[in-house]
Ligand binder design. Structure first.
Ligand code: SAH
Ligand code: SF4
Length: 432
């Protein structure tokens, strides 16, 4: 039986797995349902519907989605009116294989249809669960930090990666749509925008009859009234030309914290991965960025155990990280993905060695993170408060303090200590 009190709107529970784009697709769809009169449920048991957005970049991520869907069988069986929607990359990649395995999924909708999630999902939900009326709509204020997709799909062909085949060719949203979306988010409370795309600096669009690139888009967004910070994820190392570097330097709101996925420090493996750059290219790109933008902080992604990776190859990744000194790195064991070129190479680095290399890599990253955090102690940092006691510096360091402030305020914090991942400090007077 439904747990819903008569007269109250149906409630949606969101489960988001995977990358920031998947999370942002889920959040945008829920926000649009709330505007249609739905309620939000934090608890699974109180929910009339579940929207799960899924990831298939690594086998482990896909298995996690499958096991969660498996566990929702009972949730569904307890009330036949409940609706289960599975969206995103797993739905796209597996198609009808997913619904055959889990026949109680009401709607499986792949990542290529992400632009239409809101309408398609609302239509499915409202077949069974019409919201009571528009007057009960509860548009939640946007959070201080908002993620905005500017392009979908990918035009690269990195040999390990399933994204181009799952998410399809690279498609850029129109500048007008991005600008109006950005303005709407700022109106409802966002102060920081993070632009999302698989290689954002490949962006191309036509604005007022003129072709524009990513640097132009940054300049257009940088000037929006009310915006305090602009970030983007992820730039591709081959596309950090002088125009890009000077846009990052000259746009006041663009933050000096860059997530630049490098994957490996070994030229032979970078070639096999078809990344399109060498170790020397990476060093010179980062040097140009650091020369141009003071305090530029990096984070990155690394894959260990790519087919044929030797101890020497792996050591080159460690030494490149020592040279680039990122403040954070997300490190993954190579996962052979069906249909990708790397899946037909012998997966010859044993699970034990992959595990061991990952542990050594993570130990190095922990040390680099600790050193980066230590280097901030004694500084006075501008922080955008995301909650009363938590925010981030412009370079992207997490900060906690003890005196409540209004989310959305820009404050200055005297940094006095650091935990494993977070800076601690005391508040100065708010600067805005
Ligand atoms: N478009 C981004 C990456 C998107 S996927 C870029 O090119 O920078 C996010 C991260 O997942 C990648 O940077 C990579 O480190 C990791 N990844 C992708 N495919 C993988 C695979 N098959 N095995 C292990 N890690 C993988
Ligand atoms: Fe995958 Fe490479 Fe495209 Fe990133 S750039 S999504 S790693 S194919």
């Amino acid at each position: 039986m439904s747990t819903r009190a008569s007269g109250s709107p149906p409630r949606i529970h969101a489960i988001t797995l995977g990358c920031q784009m998947s999370a942002s697709d889920g959040a945008d769809t829920v926000a649009s349902l709330l505007r249609r009169g739905w309620g939000r449920s934090e608890e699974l048991e109180d929910a009339d519907a579940i929207l799960m957005t899924t990831c298939s970049v690594r086998r482990h991520a896909e298995q996690r989605a499958m096991s969660l869907i498996g566990r929702l069988r009972e949730w569904k069986a307890r009330d036949p009116n409940r609706v289960l929607v599975v969206a995103g990359c797993v739905a796209e990649r597996l198609g009808s294989r997913l619904t055959r395995r889990f026949p109680y999924i009401d709607l499986a909708i792949g990542a290529r249809r992400a632009e239409s999630y809101s309408e398609l999902i609302a239509a499915e939900l409202e077949k069974k669960l019409p919201p009571d009326s528009m007057k009960s709509a509860t548009a939640e204020p946007a959070s201080t930090v908002s993620f905005l997709t500017i392009m979908r799909g990918c035009a690269c062909a990195c040999t390990y990666c399933v994204v181009p085949s799952v998410r399809g060719p690279e498609l850029c949203r129109r500048p007008e749509d991005i600008l109006s979306d950005a303005r709407a988010r700022i109106r409802s409370g966002a102060r920081e925008l993070t632009l999302l795309g698989q290689r954002v600096n490949a962006y191309s669009g036509v604005h007022e009859g003129r072709r524009i690139d990513f640097s132009d888009l940054l300049r257009l967004l940088d000037g929006l009234p009310g915006l305090r910070r602009l970030r983007f994820m992820s730039p591709h190392p081959t596309l950090c030309d002088d125009r890009f570097v000077s846009a990052v330097r000259n746009c006041n709101n663009v933050c000096p914290g860059l997530h630049l996925p490098i994957q490996s420090g070994c030229d032979r493996l970078l070639g096999l991965m078809r990344r399109g750059y060498t170790r020397a290219d990476l060093l010179s790109t980062v040097a140009r960025l650091r020369d141009a933008v003071s305090g530029m902080t990096l984070s990155t992604d690394i894959i260990v155990g790519f087919p044929s990776e030797t101890e020497e190859d792996f050591m080159q990744t460690l030494s490149l990280l020592e040279e680039l000194r990122p403040a954070a790195a997300f490190c993954f064991k190579f996962s052979a993905r069906e249909g990708t070129p790397a899946a037909s190479l012998p997966d010859d680095v044993s699970p034990r060695i992959k595990e061991e290399r990952l542990a050594r890599l993570n130990a190095l990253v922990d040390r680099l993170t600790a050193e980066a955090l230590q280097s901030q102690i004694g500084s006075v940092a501008e922080v955008l408060a995301e909650t009363p006691y938590f925010g981030r510096t412009r370079a992207g360091f997490k900060v906690r303090w003890r005196t409540a402030v209004a989310p959305g305020s820009l404050i200055t914090v005297c940094i006095s200590a650091a935990t494993r991942r977070t800076l601690l400090g005391d508040l100065n007077e708010p600067t805005a």
